[in-house]
Design a protein around this ligand. Sequence first.
Ligand SMILES: Cc1cc2nc3c(=O)[nH]c(=O)nc-3n(C[C@H](O)[C@H](O)[C@H](O)COP(=O)(O)O)c2cc1C
Length: 223
Amino acid sequence: MAMSVSEAVAARKSVRAFLPTQVDAALLADVLHRATRAPSGGNLQPWRLYVLHGETMARFRALMETRMAETPGGEDAEYAVYPANLKEPYRTRRFEVGEAMYELLGIPRAEKFSRLAWLQNNDRFFGAPAAAFCFTDRIMGPPQWSDLGMMLQSAMLLFQETGLSTCAQEAWSRWPRTVADFVGAPAELMLFCGLAIGYPDPAAAVNRLVTARAPASDIVTFV
Ligand SMILES: Cc1cc2nc3c(=O)[nH]c(=O)nc-3n(C[C@H](O)[C@H](O)[C@H](O)COP(=O)(O)O)c2cc1C
C-alpha cells in the first residue's frame, strides 16, 4: 500500500550516506515528471531538471575529483545561500543542525580540517548513485524560486514513497560553471541546487540525524 502524504512528510529527511545500489532510470523519470504536478504561480513551471545516473554519474564524479583538487573552495557562486550576518533565530538553528550532524559523525569543533573534509562530500553527492540538478531561467525572481521548492519537495516525497531518499544541496551553488558545462545547460539557465537520490545506507551514523523544528506557536499566529 502506498504511503499517505502524512507518512511521506513525516518520513522524509535529508540523507547523507547512500548504498551503491543503482536507481532505475525509468523510476527517476516517472517520479520527476509526477513532481511537476507541483503548483507554480501563473503555471510558469519555471523549473528545468538535469538527471545524472549510472555511467553519467561515474563520469561526473571523476570530473568533480579533478575540479575539487584544482579549486578546493569551488567556483564563484552566482547567489548567496544564506543572508550575510544571519540573525536570530536563524543563526542558532543553522548552528545546531551542524553541531548535531558533527556529533553523529564524531568530529569535534576543534577538528576544523575534518569538518571541512566531510563537507566536501557534498561535492560527491554524498555517494548517491543518482541525482538531479535544478535550474531556472535567469529572468526568474523570488516568486518563481519558491515554485522550484514546491516541485522539489513534491519530488522528495514521491521518492520517499518509492523507498528512495534524497538530500537537497545548495552546496552546488559553488560549482555553477562545472555543472552547467557538464549537463549542457544553456546560458539563460541558472543553477539553483542539486538533489542527491538513492537508497539510504542504514549503517551510516549521519543518517540518524533527526532535525528539530520550532514549535507551532513560534511560527503560526491565529489572528
Ligand atoms: C534547498 C535546500 C538546500 C539544501 N542544501 C544542503 C546542502 O548543500 N548540504 C546539506 O548537507 N544539506 C542541505 N540541505 C538539507 C538541510 O540541511 C535540511 O533540509 C534541514 O537541516 C532539515 O533537515 P531534514 O531535511 O532532515 O528534515 C538543503 C535543504 C534544502 C531545502
